[in-house]
Write a protein that binds this ligand. Sequence first.
Ligand code: HXC
Length: 257
Amino acid sequence: TEYETILVSRDGRVGVITLNRPKALNALNEQTMNDVVAAATELDRDPDIGAIILTGSEKAFAAGADIKEMATKSAAEMYRVDFFSPWDAFARLRTPKIAAVSGYALGGGCELAMMCDLIIAADTAKFGQPEINLGVIPGMGGTQRLIRAIGKSKAMDMILTARQMDAEEAERSGLVARVVPADQLLDTANDVARTIAGLSKPVAQHAVEAVNAAYETTLQQGVQYERRVFHGLFSTADQKEGMTAFSEKRKANFTHE
Ligand code: HXC
């Protein structure tokens, strides 16, 4: 499929979506949203894809939602079309999603990175929620996901003052999993994606669901959910293969079943 605002490529079992609106620093307009959701959904459903990388350019992962597109809309219109709601489908995909962030990840860009399962940042990355400067608040999950990622005090600092966080602070705060030199960003993201994609897809998907359940449940319910999933995985061929391979001192050959 050809897309207007993104590039999609495949390398073995890894799918890569590259935001590609360089003149607007990858600002996320409606077309970009529809393109990303469609491409990611197709990769998610593809049994030959085991991990998805979402990335931007060297200068910008994404500088936010498209301010020019939004500026004149009325509240009634925003409500009628439930503006931004299609992103929920992206966040819910279960194939592991890795955000590879270089440069600006601001507003919706930061929020889109947080919809991924983990973030790998170049040392040039800058995260921020500057919506308050525009007379609004984050609208793609920032007020909810940032506090869960970095805690209340830092989330309030960023959302109320619009200050940007560099990659080092973002790693220290738990927003990103790893920071690497900018010229190694895609190699590192690819290594991580290839590692995940070499394992059992359904098992990795269940892991994503179980970890994300921690956002929604009490500890007791979450532990119970984990245990039910854990028990259920004993019905997979991949569990039998994984444990047999260990006993036979060889590498597991997962069939994703
Ligand atoms: C639309 C954008 C944009 C955006 C950049 N551009 N960000 N267009 N929406 N979010 C456009 C600029 O208008 C400009 O177009 C071109 O991209 C290059 O940007 P410059 O500003 O010239 O680049 P630079 O001087 O390097 O500054 C980079 C920047 C700045 C610091 C990232 O662009 C910036 O502050 N952008 C906005 C960041 C922001 O507020 N994001 C949050 C958006 S709201 P032209 O045509 O002039 O060359 C959001 C959540 C919405 O995401 C939730 C509430 C509804």
